[in-house]
Unconditional design. Structure first.
Length: 295
């Protein structure tokens, strides 16, 4: 039955449904609203966590988060800090590429999809408070600590664990510390090491094809709960911020060591990594925020 609302103009007819049908429609509309992904304006999103190079926001659905890549670069436990225009955009793209490829070969990660230039949708995981470093060639802290010349091929890939704690400067820890203090169980350590080796094999081959040597890298892992079931997945990011990447021919550094060692040319190096992997195409403008208001 269609009747005309007397107070409205006759061009706005109101559809009056019999009571049970009206209730049904209302329920359907409510269900549709629940199913619709929520679009929350940037400035009204709930910030869950802010790290040195990334921010985590509440995601559009339960169990999801939005990972936002900032332009901040830090080193030596944030004693050195700079904002490098465009770094976040490059790391978002490079990390998306790594995680999507890992997902595709069956290495579980937190990554769902990239949302925009700086953000990706990820699954909410319980981060295990460890930085897992895999080394193929001696460099960085390993060379310093053990006096092994940088560039020396290691007899086999080495996995190290660091306890994620800024106040303590992320100290190196053993499996004994990890299990005794309950940061991860022996079974979880086995899973983490197996994942780390798979990531190392896959990334080493991927970079080799692009004329880049994967010297070492750091990953973080998380517990992903699916009902009663839990599995360990790769979380955080994989980018030139968290890897050591050397050009095979020239040995040029193409990673965050350019910032750590004041070598300059970080954006050019990250752009070259993305270009060689086919992530950005020839002629694509290196990412930037565009003109900035100088105050
Ligand atoms: P290291 O030689 O300084 O111990 O670094 C090993 C790897 O871990 C290297 O690829 C850089 C990466 N890394 C991070 O991603 N975050 C950190 O805080 C540190 C110290 C290293
Ligand atoms: N990300 C670390 C920091 O700023 C250090 C590093 O990457 O070298 O503390």
């Amino acid at each position: 039955m269609v009747c005309v609302n007397e107070r409205a103009t006759k061009f706005q007819p109101t559809l009056r449904l019999p009571q049970p049908e009206a209730r049904l429609w209302k329920e359907r509309r409510l269900a549709m609203d629940i199913l619709k992904p929520r679009v929350v304006p940037m400035n009204r999103r709930r910030r869950i966590y802010e790290g040195k190079a990334k921010v985590l926001y509440e995601g559009p659905e339960p169990g999801t988060l939005i990972q936002h890549f900032k332009d901040d670069a830090t080193a030596f436990n944030a004693q050195k800090h700079e904002v490098i225009d465009g770094k976040g955009v490059l790391n978002n793209r490079i990390s998306e590429f790594m995680f999507q490829n890992l997902n595709d070969i069956g290495v579980p990660t937190h990554f769902i999809r990239r949302l925009n230039m700086r953000e990706q949708l990820i699954r909410e995981v319980e981060i295990i408070p460890l930085e897992v470093v895999v080394r193929n060639i001696a460099a960085g802290s390993l060379s310093k600590k053990l006096g092994i010349e940088e560039g020396t091929q290691l007899p086999r890939s080495i996995i190290e664990f660091y306890y994620k704690n800024d106040a303590l400067g992320d100290p190196m820890v053993s499996e004994e510390h990890i299990t005794a203090f309950g940061w991860a169980t022996p079974q979880e350590i086995d899973d983490i090491m197996a994942l780390a080796i798979r990531v190392n094999d896959f990334l080493s081959g991927l970079f080799l094809g692009a004329g880049i040597r994967l010297v070492d890298f750091k990953i973080e892992c998380g517990r992903l709960w699916e009902g009663e079931m839990m599995r360990i997945v790769i979380a955080d990011e994989i980018s030139p911020d968290s890897c050591r990447l050397w050009d095979i021919k020239t040995k040029d550094k193409m990673d965050k060591d350019r910032f750590r060692m004041d070598l300059g040319g970080l954006i050019e190096a990250y752009t070259e990594v993305a270009r060689r992997l086919g992530i950005i195409v020839e002629g694509e403008r290196p990412a930037s925020n565009g003109p900035r208001l100088v105050q």
